[in-house]
Design a protein around this ligand. Structure first.
Ligand code: 8YV
Length: 312
């Protein structure tokens, strides 16, 4: 008998095919009536394969009395209530490390595009402005600037390496100081004050909700840039929008938003913002590696072995 699982959202085709083949999988994202979906399978479901921002809380866990494991596709588990899982002795796993390089590439590309305004300059050319109006206005260099990393974990360190290769100086803030060669700032405001580009990499969740607020943006200042590749919830989005509209910071590069995939349309017309549709880890290779790890965690758990990457 294959273990029964629920798949919350549609993932990468290869991952979906393997999940369907190895488990008796119920696709929540295909259900037109969720009540009857749960009535049909809830009593037998032992695993959840989670994708994306759908909240997984105690109420959902209680609706699945046999639930043993929540295997998330993605390193960030902010959509899952970890305390609720812990109380119910439900294992939660994620997909760390396999995405570090890809996400760090995206972070550096976003920082570079934001500071150098490459997307805007390309739009300028396509609009025929080069010949009619002359060269695109000068921007500013990355080299010599300071990158402040808010959340220097494994992804943050991969970003630091790439930024250093561009001649940037690195500093960071974490809850506690790490054994790294970069200067440490004791809080996000001090980090923002000491940085030209503030890179948000810290995990989402209640502890970091709106951590980047008006105080942090004021400290970053009119010449400073914000880049967020972590979670939209970490930045006070309406405040950021206003600061960009009023040029209270120089610009922002955003791969993540509060209510994805809905992005406040006011962002679309800003010339000082570069916007990516949450593509941090979005390559075929990395998404396959993430899916493989998500599946391996389920496989090992149901074979009675320890999982590879346990969060709680
Ligand atoms: C994915 C991510 O886009 O790993 C994460 O936490 O945000 C991204 O790599 C996301 O998990 C896709 O569901």
């Amino acid at each position: 008998m294959k273990p029964e699982i629920i798949i919350t959202a549609k993932g990468h085709a290869g991952t979906m095919a393997t999940l369907q083949a190895e488990f008796t999988a119920h696709n929540l994202f295909e259900a037109s009536d969720t009540n009857s979906f749960f009535e049909k399978c809830a009593a037998r479901v032992r695993g959840l394969a989670t994708f994306g921002p759908m909240p997984v809380d105690g109420k959902l866990m209680d609706a699945l009395p046999k639930l043993e494991i929540i295997s998330n596709f993605g390193v960030g588990v902010d959509a899952i209530n970890l305390e609720d899982a812990k109380k119910r002795r439900i294992i939660v796993t994620n997909t760390p490390d396999v995405l570090n390089d890809c996400v760090a590439d995206t972070a550096l590309a976003l920082a570079m595009n934001t500071v150098r305004k490459f997307p805007q300059s390309e739009r300028y050319l396509r609009a025929g402005n080069w010949a009619s109006r002359g060269p695109y206005p000068l921007t500013t260099s990355l080299g010599g600037k300071t990158l402040g990393i808010l959340g220097l974990g494994r992804i943050g360190e991969a970003i630091a390496k790439r930024a250093a290769a561009c001649g940037m100086k690195i500093r960071y803030h974490n809850r506690s100081k790490k054994d790294v060669p970069y200067p440490y700032d004791p809080d996000p405001v001090t980090l923002a004050k000491n940085s030209d580009v503030l890179m948000v990499v810290t995990p989402g969740g209640p502890e970091t909700n709106r951590l980047v607020n008006s105080k942090v943006l004021d400290a970053l200042g009119r010449e400073g840039y914000l880049v967020n590749i972590a979670r939209g919830s970490i930045v006070d989005e309406p405040v950021l929008l206003r600061y960009l509209q009023e040029n209270k910071i120089a610009g922002a590069g955003l791969d993540v938003f509060v209510d994805e995939p809905r992005v406040p349309p006011e962002f679309f017309i800003l010339d000082n913002a570069v916007l990516f549709p949450h593509v941090g880890s979005a390559t075929v290779e990395t998404r396959k590696a993430m899916g493989d790890l998500q599946i391996e965690n389920l496989r090992r758990h149901f074979a009675g072995k320890p999982v590879v990457s346990r969060v709680v």
